[in-house]
Design a protein around this ligand. Structure first.
Ligand code: MN
Ligand code: MN
Length: 316
């Protein structure tokens, strides 16, 4: 590996200097020769309540300067085992979802064609549809592993088909995800349609709401996820509102009664054996954050995911 692929060390360069990329990694123009590429998708105009996730990528990148490369729990050094860089943000068009989808698909395709794993920083959850279009073009329909307090399976919101409440309904219709290997975890809160969870089952999805996760426990949950996904190519999409707003207040549509930061990191580490082909963390809305805690958690979720990739590469 070349010297230029290394992030700056905080022992010689203060963490608040030269920020702007994830973990102050090198800014790259393409994913050529990389194992993973970070990309921002600062689009938030498909959000139904509080906007602000357009500032998610820059907030996550800024506080990610606190993260060091060694993960002592997963026992890897992500920059020793992986080559990675930050491609900046895809050229989204605020307020215009279809040109934005085209930009996301093109950017994702450029990463996937180089054989790198895309790591996307959102943005509201509508963006994941654009990502999945590129991922499915490369890998065929993938298993979706979806952490969220919402199912995002609505058919329409405000009479519109493309919204942060609809991406996975569209992904199913477009054949981008394989429902029979997909899992949605953590759904909670009040609903318009009391049969929403049954609707997910009718679409072939396995939706495990928050109250059932609490009843079954994490060990049984992780076993269920592994049995369901198997060795299918898997895309992990992480909506930060999965986490309790006490730990992640900076988000557009919060739901109380969620998970702690520690539980969240434990769950991400717990799915390390799956065959991941892509990842995103979405719905970080810095205008509603306090002391950057939401953005910092999102950065650490990315770090745990990168550690999973590093451990796989290390074993290979
Ligand atoms: Mn969502
Ligand atoms: Mn959500």
């Amino acid at each position: 590996m070349s010297e230029s692929a290394q992030p700056a060390s905080a022992l010689s360069s203060p963490r608040f200097c030269n920020t702007g990329t994830f973990m102050r990694m090198p800014r790259v123009e393409s994913a050529r020769g990389l194992d993973f590429a970070i990309a921002g998708v600062p689009f938030d105009t498909a959000c139904s309540y509080r906007t602000g996730a357009r500032f998610g990528p820059q907030a996550i990148r800024a506080i990610s300067a606190m993260i060091k490369p060694n993960n002592v729990i997963q026992q890897v050094n992500i920059m020793e085992d992986l080559r990675g860089g930050d491609m900046g943000d895809f050229p989204i068009v605020p307020g215009y979802i279809h040109p934005t989808y085209a930009a996301i698909e093109a950017g994702m395709t450029s990463i996937l064609d180089e054989g790198a794993v895309p790591i996307v920083l959102g943005g509201d959850h509508s963006i994941t549809l654009g990502e999945l279009r590129a991922v499915a073009k490369k890998h065929g329909p993938v298993a979706l592993l979806h952490f969220d307090s919402h199912s995002d399976l609505c058919d329409e919101v405000f009479g519109e088909k493309y919204n942060h409440g609809t991406p996975f309904r569209r992904a199913l219709e477009e054949g981008l995800i394989d429902a029979s290997h997909s899992v949605q975890v953590g759904m909670r809160g009040s609903l318009y349609d009391p049969n929403e969870h049954q609707m997910a089952a009718d679409l072939g999805m396995l939706l495990i709401p928050n109250h059932k996760v609490r009843a079954m426990g994490f060990e049984a949950l992780l076993q269920t996820i592994h049995e369901r996904v198997g060795d299918m190519p898997c895309f992990l999409t992480f909506d930060i509102d999965f986490v309790d707003p006490a730990y992640a207040p900076g988000t557009g549509t919060p739901e109380v009664g969620g998970y702690t930061s520690w539980e969240t990191l434990e769950l991400v580490r717990g799915v390390k054996d799956l065959n991941f082909v892509g990842f995103d963390v979405v719905e970080v809305a810095p205008p509603y954050d306090h002391a950057e805690i939401t953005a910092y958690l999102a950065a650490n979720i990315v770090f745990e995911f990168l550690s999973i990739l590093a451990a796989k590469k290390h074993q290979a």
